[in-house]
Write a protein that binds this ligand. Structure first.
Ligand SMILES: [Zn+2]
Length: 387
């Protein structure tokens, strides 16, 4: 399969095209924005300005979603111990939290002395959302990321907490750094790395919401269910427009260099945080169905889920391309089917194991057509991303 000669994105990746040297448009976009995205002195000043703007003015300064993984745990540690901010912790109990995650969450909240609660989703609705995510997108992951982030925003809005600090890594935030991307979180990247303005915050929030709603309208065709979903996860738009304070959805790793190894060392030393058994790069020990999700993704898209995250690491200079290729080969070469994880996913979301192959086959065909159309559209319109 053709790969970008600079990063490791495959030639069948959404929206991709190559120049004469085989370098992809994602690499070119990143290159154009590199100075802005890596000037950590200016960026951390922007972050600190935000923390100072809200400090002590509301019942809590920040809301942090704790998943039990390294990223959110480390951010909680920074916000509480280094920035001395008053934080409220919450965990989106998606039904797939591992015991490992639960014990780390409790440990982090207790050692840092922060108030924390588990939010249990309305499983009746959410189960269908996961099911539809698998049927329409070939992976349950959007079911979590969209609803947990939407929910964190709603909780912050209702409780008057001005900052929702999330733990998306730089590779997660920058993987779709391209004009015309449907990535719902992209509007916040631009917002977070500019001086704060309420109007811009409202616009970014509404744009992200519109993108998530587009996704949900596909994944949840039933209108009644869809409305129940919006009611549970989104604050009403008119209330948001008129509110004196609207929270900002903040990516901590935009302001801060991301070093997985150093972060885990610090967590162990400072909090006695437990490192996962598989602590290799880009693992997700906090999710019981991650192996299933990764497997399904590979079946549908034809390349491993880690491709885009590895590519960001290469572009940012954090991983040599040869290393990324090795890791990619490891993921591509995984022939074993993660039966346990797949069975668990199917059982939870009421899909028959036997249906999966058919679902993947149908989606593979659809993706091919969608990619072609997107390529033509982008060739004609040539959109440009400006941060
Ligand atoms: Zn590339």
């Amino acid at each position: 399969m053709r790969l970008c000669t600079r990063c490791v994105l495959p030639g069948i990746y959404r929206n991709i095209h190559f120049d004469a040297n085989g370098i992809c448009n994602y690499c070119h976009t990143y290159e154009r924005l590199r100075t802005r995205l890596t000037d950590f002195k200016a960026l951390s000043a922007l972050g600190d300005e935000r923390f100072e703007r809200v400090r002590g003015r509301y019942p809590y300064d920040c809301l942090i979603g704790l998943s039990g993984g390294k990223d959110s745990s480390w951010i909680a540690l920074q916000l509480v111990r280094k920035k001395k901010l008053k934080c409220l912790g919450f965990t989106f109990d998606n039904g797939f939290l591992t015991d490992y995650a639960r014990s780390n969450i409790r440990l982090v909240a207790e050692r840092l002395g922060i108030e924390h609660f588990f939010y249990e989703v309305d499983w009746d609705i959410h189960k269908r959302f996961y099911e539809q995510a698998v049927r329409w997108f070939g992976t349950p992951c959007p079911g979590c990321s969209y609803s947990s982030y939407a929910l964190s925003y709603k909780i912050a809005f209702e409780r008057q907490i001005p900052l929702v600090v999330h733990g998306r890594s730089r590779s997660q935030m920058f993987r779709e750094l391209l004009a015309g991307s449907p990535d719902a979180f992209l509007p916040f990247v631009k917002l977070n790395i500019s001086p704060y303005e309420r109007e811009k915050n409202l616009q970014a929030t509404l744009e992200a919401r519109m993108k998530i709603e587009r996704f949900i309208s596909i994944a949840m065709p039933n209108r009644v269910m869809r409305q129940r979903f919006y009611d549970e996860f989104f604050p009403p738009t008119d209330e948001l427009r008129d509110a004196a304070m609207i929270p900002e959805f903040l990516g901590y790793f935009l302001y801060q260099y991301y070093d997985e190894g150093a972060m885990m060392d610090e967590l162990e030393k400072e909090l006695g945080w437990e490192r996962p058994d598989r602590s290799g790069i880009l693992t997700h020990a906090d999710c019981a169905v991650h192996d299933a999700a990764e497997y399904l993704y590979r079946q549908v898209f034809g390349y491993p889920m880690v491709s885009f995250e590895l590519s960001v690491l290469v572009r940012e200079g954090d991983l040599p391309r040869e290393e990324a290729l090795k890791l990619l080969a490891e993921h591509t070469g995984r022939e074993s089917v993660p039966d346990e994880s797949l069975d668990y996913l199917c059982e939870q979301v009421s899909i028959q194991r036997g249906e999966l192959a058919g679902i993947c086959k149908r989606l593979r065909r659809q993706k091919r057509w969608r990619n072609r159309l997107l390529r033509i559209k982008n060739f004609l319109l040539r959109p440009k991303l400006d941060l």
